[in-house]
Every structure is written in C-alpha cells, then in structure tokens.
Ligand binder design. Structure first.
Ligand code: ZN
Length: 405
C-alpha cells in the first residue's frame, strides 16, 4: 500500500514535500517523493491530503496504573510529602480501579498519537486477565525491596512465559527496580544480571529530587528520614556518593538501561557517563519536572556526554495529560534554544532507540508505526507546526495496520 501526504517527516533527512510511503506487511518498504514512488511501486494508493505523515510518538516513561490520579495531588512542600500522598492514594484503590486506569491511560495515549509506551507496572499480577494492549507496550515489572519484596528468578521466568503465551502482544517485557532509595544495591545487582542474561531492557528512576541527592551524597534529609522510618537498610548511606554513582556501583549500566529524570548530577556523574563505551539512555519528563519544580534538567551536559535523551509523560499523579504533544511544548518552553526537529526526535526516534526497536523513523525496513495530522497552510516550519498540534490524532498506523480511533 502507498500512502501520500503533503509532507512526510522521516527523521532521516529533510521533510519530503508531496511525499509517499510504501508499506509491506508491518514494515516500511520505501519512502520518497510521490512522483518517484508512484512510478516505482504498484499497489493501492491512499491519499492523506493536506497532512503531515510522521513516525508515531514514543512515550519512554509512563505509569498507566495511576491514570485515575489526574489533579488528585496538589504540588507538595517536598518530594517526600508527595510520596506519602501517592502511597495513601494507592492504598485506597483496588485491582479493578487499576485495570480501569490502565485501559483509560491506553485510550489517552492513543488519542494523542503514541504508538509505543514504556509502562512501569507496579501490579504485574493484573497482566494475566488483561486484554491485549492497543499500542506497542513495554511492561516494566516494578521492584521495591524496602520491606524485602525481592523478585526471584522464578517471578521473572513466569513473566517471560506469560509473553510467550501472548504472541499477539506488541512490545515486550523489562525490569524496573524503582529507585535507589526504594531498591537495594543487591536488587540492582540481581536485576542487572537477570536483564543481561535475558537480553531485557531495564528502567529505573535516578537522581530525581534534591532530597534523593541529599540522602545519598550527604546521608541526610527528609527522604532519608522517611525511608529509615520504613525500615530501609541504610548501610549505603555511609558511602556518600551521588545517586547515579550508587546505581552504577551495583549495575552494569549500558544501552539497554533507561534512566528516568537524572536532574541531580555533578561533574563526576557526567564524567562517569562520558567514559562509558555505550552509555544508558535518559528519559526526561518535562511536565512532571515542572510539577515538582526540580532544578534545571542538565540536557546540554548529558548530550555532551553522549547520552541518548528521550521523553516521557510520567504518571498523571505528577503531570496533567498523557499527550506527548504537551510534553514537547513544555520542553520547548524550558529549552528555547532546542530546535523543534530535535524535540520531535526525542519524542520518537530516541525513545525507539532506547527500547531497541527499529521505529521512530520512516526508512526502509523500519516498523510501520505512523501517525498523520492536519497541517495548516500558513505554517512556515513543519516541525514547529507538529509541536503546536492540539487536536486528537485521527489517523494512526500500528505495525502496518490502520487503527480506528
Ligand atoms: Zn516515574
């Protein structure tokens, strides 16, 4: 099948005016000017008209479990107080609430053009009765061992069996030790080894707040006090290193790792990342960052260290929507010197790279995950126009199939 559109954004070279994309099965076969594509390829032609055809959006950090929490927690005095509030809310919800939240979250992601999501799942026991996800989904099994809830190899093997039994599910499975303050060094070590053995991606929250920095770097502060009250084994507080150095001491960080947030870093952290032959990816969540009023995200320094930076929404407990268009606009305001084309790549190609999938671009061989959106005639610059989109996406292709919205 051939799809023509006024402009095609490929993420590999300049946008193509009056462009066309050829799809064969679930892959892109060819892309180019419509005049060339239509003479070189046969097949049904669908004209998308005055629209931009582009790769679907990739949300690299999301917690669908908390979709019911929009506007339920006002910004708190401290990060620790926010944790106390969300934990109380979590206790008031049951399995049916979480199932409904996940379905609602998927609908919102799809409505705003997201074709792939990295979802951190706090309740993997919900998966067996869950319907197939409507978009490509990576389920990251969240692990916390403050109270000794350690994931054994058996649990991990069970999850892998589950995916073998569900071959129709697009995406995959990964591991997610929650954060250095809730996951022990031992848990990071086990995760690192299991993920390498099973070639799985790993995601974790690192260096998100100043309180986390104070807990690890200085062995003090509100988060430390709170975690000690919960009974966290605090031998590591005496080591006094940065949160990133702490994680790096217990895990073999590499390209299959997605580190969320990374707001609190020092020069030694940038040097550590720059020295890695293949550094991990970093996920920035602009809306959540704004909500918590964290210090400026060190985007330029991370890029200089060779880090792949992608974008995520985080959960609705700390941002207002699951629209990656909103996230891109917030980032554009936070980083006015960033070109809209780079922001769009962070929301597509870079997320796909982090998850190790051949997507986020329109090139021969890539997965056919695409969206189309109307282009207003007077828009000068197509990438900036895409960032300004405020309408739900009405045309989406996932794995070569057109989805109804
Ligand atoms: Zn998160």
């Amino acid at each position: 099948m051939i799809f023509r559109a006024r402009t095609v954004i490929t993420n590999a070279g300049a946008p193509i005016e009056d462009g066309a994309v050829v799809i064969a099965g679930n892959r892109i076969l060819a892309v180019g000017a419509f005049s060339e594509i239509s003479t070189a390829h046969e097949g049904e032609m669908i004209d998308l008209g005055e629209q931009v055809l582009m790769p679907g959006l990739v949300n690299a950090h999301c917690h669908l479990d908390y979709t019911m929490m929009r506007r339920s927690i006002n910004p708190q005095r401290s990060f620790t107080e926010w944790i106390i509030r969300i934990n109380a809310l979590k206790r008031s919800l049951d399995k049916d609430d979480y199932r409904a939240a996940i379905a609602k979250g998927f609908a919102e992601l799809k409505q705003w053009g997201t074709t792939t999501v990295a979802n951190i799942e706090s309740f993997p026991e919900l998966l067996p009765d869950m319907p197939a996800p409507p978009i490509r989904t990576w389920w990251f099994f969240e692990m916390i061992d403050v109270r000794h809830r350690l994931a054994g190899e058996e649990t991990i093997a069970g999850m892998l069996d589950f995916f073998e039994l569900h071959p129709g599910w697009l995406g995959g499975f990964g591991l997610s030790p929650h954060a250095p303050y809730t996951a022990s060094g031992t848990l990071y070590e086990l995760t690192s080894a299991a993920a390498e053995k099973m070639a799985m991606p790993v995601t974790t929250h690192v260096a998100e707040s100043r309180e986390e920095w104070d807990m690890f770097r200085h062995g003090r502060g509100e988060l430390l006090g709170f975690m000690q009250k919960l009974g966290r084994w605090m031998f590591d507080k005496q080591i006094e290193r940065t949160p990133l150095a702490h994680v790096a001491a217990h895990a073999r960080l590499g390209p299959k790792w997605l580190l969320a947030h990374m707001n609190e870093l020092d020069e030694s952290d940038f040097a550590l990342l720059a020295a890695m032959p293949q550094p991990p990816s970093v996920v920035h969540c602009p809306g959540s960052h704004r909500y918590f009023r964290h210090r400026a995200f060190p985007l330029a320094k991370l890029r200089s260290a060779g880090v792949n930076i992608c974008l995520g929404t985080d959960s609705l407990a700390s941002t207002l929507t699951l629209s990656m268009f909103d996230e891109m606009r917030i980032l554009a305001r936070q980083e006015p010197s960033l070109h809209p084309e780079e922001i769009l790549k962070m929301a597509t190609l870079n997320g796909a790279l982090a998850l190790g999938i051949d997507a986020g671009k329109i090139t021969p061989g890539a997965l056919a995950d695409l969206i189309a959106l109307p282009l207003t005639a007077n828009e000068r610059e197509v990438h900036a126009a895409v960032l300004e989109n405020r309408e739900p996406i009405t045309w989406m292709m996932l794995n070569g199939e057109i989805l109804s919205q």
